[in-house]
Design a protein around this ligand. Structure first.
Ligand SMILES: Nc1ncnc2c1ncn2[C@@H]1O[C@H](COP(=O)(O)OP(=O)(O)OP(=O)(O)O)[C@@H](O)[C@H]1O
Length: 327
C-alpha cells in the first residue's frame, strides 16, 4: 500500500472515532517499515503505538470529561456490568432507515433540555429486533460512545433466577440504578425476560415478572437510554412493543451494504484489484458479523503471507468458509 493510502486509512478511522482501527493501521505501517529494513523507524512507531494504548481512552479525554464511571456494588454487581465505549455510529453499516432513527434518538438526547423546556420528552426507550450479528449490541455501544455515557449491560443470568420471585426484585434494583446513574442500559436477549415460557417454570410467575418489567418501563422517567435487543421478536409479548419509543428492525445486509462493510473493514489493506460485485454477491445471506469475520480472515491470511494485498479469491474463499460454518 502506498503512503497516501495509509494516510487515507488513518484519517478514515480518525473521522469514525475508531481508535482500534487507527492503531491497527499504524501497526501495519510499522510492519511495512520493518520489512523494508527501516528497523529504527519501525521501533519508533511501535513505541508510539504502545504509548497510545496505555493512554486514557478517547471517551475519557473528551471535553467536559466523561460521566464518572460508577461501578455497581453489592447485589447490583451481579446484575450490571459497566464499561465505557469508543464505538461511533459512523463505524457502523446500517440501512438508511435504522441509521436515521438512531441519529434522531441521539439528537433528541443531546437536545433534551430544549425539548423538556417545551414539555416534550426525548426518545429513550428503544427495542432492537433482528437476526444475530446485525449490530444490535454494537448499536448500544455506539449510542453510549456518541453520548459519552457509560454502557451498563444487564446480566440476564444474574437477573433470571430459578426463583422468579427474586427476578422482579432484581429488576427493581436495575431500574433504581437507572434513576441514580445516567447511562445506556442494555438488555440483550430480551426475549428471555419478555417471553420465556418453559414448562418447568410457573407461567403465572413469568407473567408477574413481565408485568413488573412493563410497569417499571412505563414508570421510568430517568434520563438515560434503555436499549433492549432480541433475535426473537415473534416470541415477545405484544404489550411490550407499545412501551418502547421506537422499535428498530435490523436485517441481514444486502450486497450494497456488504460491499461498504468489507471496504471499511479492509481500509488499511490494498484492495485495488478486488471484484467487489462478485464478492458482495457471494456474501449475501451472511450477517454483518460473519462478513466482518470473512474480511478479517482474508486480511490475516495476507499478513501471514507477508503482504497486505487482498485478492478476490482470498475473500471469496473466506466467505465460502463462513458460509459452510453457518449453514
Ligand atoms: N451493522 C454493523 N456495522 C458494522 N459492523 C457490524 C455491524 N453488525 C455487526 N458488526 C460486526 O459484528 C460484530 C458482532 O455484532 P453484534 O454483537 O453487535 O451483533 P448482534 O446483532 O448484537 O448479535 P447477537 O444477537 O448475536 O448478540 C460487531 O462487533 C461488529 O464487528
Amino acid at each position: 500500500m502506498t503512503a497516501a493510502r495509509h494516510i487515507i486509512a488513518l484519517l478514515k478511522s480518525h473521522i469514525a472515532g475508531d481508535e482500534q482501527q487507527f492503531l491497527s493501521v499504524a501497526m501495519q505501517v510499522a510492519a511495512l517499515e520493518a520489512r523494508q529494513g527501516h528497523g529504527k523507524l519501525a521501533q519508533e512507531l511501535r513505541d508510539l503505538i504502545d504509548a497510545a494504548k496505555v493512554r486514557p481512552s478517547a471517551v475519557e479525554r473528551r471535553p467536559g470529561g466523561p460521566v464518572p464511571l460508577v461501578q455497581p456494588k453489592g447485589e447490583l454487581a451481579n446484575l450490571l456490568s459497566v464499561r465505557y465505549s469508543d464505538v461511533r455510529l459512523n463505524s457502523m453499516v446500517l440501512t438508511d432507515g435504522v441509521e436515521r432513527r438512531l441519529r434522531r434518538t441521539l439528537l433528541e438526547q443531546t437536545q433534551q433540555e430544549r425539548l423538556r423546556a417545551h414539555g416534550l420528552v426525548p426518545r429513550r426507550k428503544l427495542l432492537l429486533v433482528g437476526p444475530p450479528g446485525a449490530g444490535k449490541t454494537m448499536t448500544a455501544a455506539a449510542l453510549a460512545g456518541e453520548l459519552r455515557l457509560p454502557l451498563f449491560t444487564v446480566v440476564l443470568d444474574g437477573l433470571i433466577s430459578k426463583f422468579m420471585g427474586d427476578t422482579a426484585g432484581k429488576l427493581r434494583l436495575v431500574f433504581e440504578a437507572m434513576a441514580a446513574t445516567r447511562g445506556v442500559y442494555f438488555f440483550d436477549e430480551f426475549d428471555a425476560l419478555g417471553a420465556r415460557r418453559t414448562t418447568e417454570n410457573d407461567v403465572g410467575e413469568i407473567r408477574r415478572v413481565l408485568n413488573s418489567f412493563l410497569q417499571f418501563l412505563e414508570q421510568d422517567d430517568s434520563q438515560g437510554l434503555i436499549v433492549a435487543a432480541t433475535n426473537h421478536a415473534d416470541l415477545l409479548d405484544r404489550a411490550l412493543f407499545r412501551r418502547f419509543d421506537d422499535v428498530l428492525e435490523y436485517t441481514l445486509p444486502d450486497a450494497t451494504l456488504i460491499e461498504r462493510l468489507l471496504k471499511a473493514r479492509l481500509a488499511a489493506f490494498t484492495v485495488d484489484w478486488i471484484d467487489w460485485k462478485a464478492v458482495a454477491e457471494a456474501a449475501v445471506g451472511l450477517s454483518h458479523a460473519e462478513s466482518t469475520r470473512a474480511a478479517d480472515e482474508a486480511a490475516k491470511a495476507a499478513v501471514l503471507d507477508g503482504g497486505i494485498t487482498i485478492t478476490t479469491e482470498a475473500l471469496l474463499a473466506a466467505i465460502a468458509e463462513r458460509r459452510a460454518t453457518t449453514e
